[in-house]
Design a protein. Structure first.
Length: 395
């Protein structure tokens, strides 16, 4: 259960012609495909904004049930009650052996209320999201998570940082198991060993959001460009479109020289851009519960510059052994780290190779799927319906 990129399941026969794209969550689709490859039957239950009516599709091994999400944040008034009821009805119809819910909000709430044994994966910290991106909606999610997380009997976390965050913030029913995201083998196989000659190009994949912290990056790059006019910065993500908020802010500051505003790309196009148009990856985000874009850059043999205090980032970069850790709140520190990676070929190659090796040895999709299947088997065998059958939300 959770958001998923349904178009990535078209190779399994899924008809997505009548569904809006929804939230693009590629890893969930790749995990489903890995389960199918291993011979399991999988039922996907999700929600989609702007879906005109409930959507259902199935073949002999895979089923999809998508329910509409109400417009205008009406779901905040009753903790997704309508959406949860439809998701629970879909689960009741499919009769799974065990339910795996992604994120600790409406999908976890529906999974717990279904009566089936369930595992919930915590993919972000409600408190950290509100801290770095305060708004009425992130405050609502904080209260929702604060109420729901202590009621979850079986949790996994995507990093040691995320596990410790859960332990520090909540009274948990059990200690979370760390299972990170993983990379498909074909992503590693697509790496080009020799890159074409071009201006040295940094790429970031983020968005125009306070937690993503783009302003210090643009400030840092303006100084780097002043020193090295042959370098470039490519910005991928929502808000990074030509003429978008990032471009307007940077142009107003005089920081747009050497910057290419790419905007939103599909997951496949992001990987292609990293592989074909990038020499180093810079990630200025203030907090990451995991850091999938960093891992994907490592899988493309790119040296990475990222935050030394940015949640799970130091863990992914093995405390700086396989990437450059800097103070991302400081334009000076960012600029210095980028300049060093750009000008020190030996360091750049070491980070690229050791980062690739770490991604290939510790973060493969096959290993991640195996660990999930093991934990899901444990959850299924220890079903306790009494613990969840009366779950009601006070909202």
């Amino acid at each position: 259960m959770g958001p998923i990129s349904l178009h990535l399941l078209q190779d399994e026969g899924v008809d997505v012609t009548s569904t809006p794209p929804g939230f693009q969550y590629a890893f969930g689709a790749y995990l489903v495909r890995e389960y199918l490859r291993r011979g399991h039957e999988v039922s996907v239950v999700t929600t989609i904004h702007r879906l005109p009516s409930p959507y259902s599709w199935s073949n002999d091994r895979l089923s999809i049930d998508a329910v509409p999400t109400r417009r205008g944040y009406l779901f905040c008034l009753d903790a997704f009650r309508s959406e949860r009821r439809q998701m629970i009805a879909a689960l009741s119809h499919r009769q799974p052996d065990v339910v795996h819910a992604q994120w600790t909000y409406e999908f976890a709430h529906a999974a717990l209320g279904s009566g089936f044994p369930c595992l919930v994966t915590a993919r972000d910290s409600p408190r950290q999201i509100y801290r770095h991106s305060p708004s009425a909606y992130t405050l609502y999610k904080k209260f929702y998570g604060d109420w729901l997380i202590p009621r979850i009997p079986h949790l996994t976390a995507v990093s040691p940082y995320m596990r410790q965050e859960l332990i520090d913030c909540y009274t948990l029913q059990s200690r979370p198991v760390v299972i990170p995201n993983g990379i498909r083998p074909e992503v590693f196989a697509s790496v080009e060993q020799v890159r074409p000659a071009r201006p040295f190009t940094f790429t970031t994949v983020a968005g125009w959001d306070p937690r993503k912290n783009p302003e210090p990056l643009l400030t840092a790059f303006s100084e780097l460009f002043r020193r090295h006019p042959d370098c470039r910065l490519h910005l991928i993500g929502r808000g990074f479109e030509p003429g978008g908020p990032a471009a307007k802010w940077a142009t107003g500051k005089g920081f747009s020289a050497g910057v290419l505003y790419v905007g939103h790309l599909s997951h496949a196009d992001v990987l292609r851009h990293l592989r074909d148009h990038t020499d180093a990856f810079v990630h200025p985000t203030l907090e990451e519960s995991f850091g999938s874009s960093i891992l994907e850059a490592m899988s493309q043999r790119l040296p990475v510059i990222a935050g030394k205090d940015s949640g799970a980032v130091p863990w992914i970069l093995d405390d700086g052994r396989v990437g450059m850790l800097v103070d991302v709140t400081s334009p000076e520190s960012l600029c210095s780290g980028m300049e060093r990676v750009m000008t020190d070929a030996a360091l750049r190659e070491r980070y690229a190779q050791e980062g690739f090796d770490r991604a290939a040895s510790s973060f493969t999709l096959a290993t991640v799927a195996e660990r999930y299947l093991s934990v899901l088997g444990d959850v299924q065998s220890g079903r306790d319906t009494a613990a969840v059958s009366t779950l009601q939300c006070p909202l």
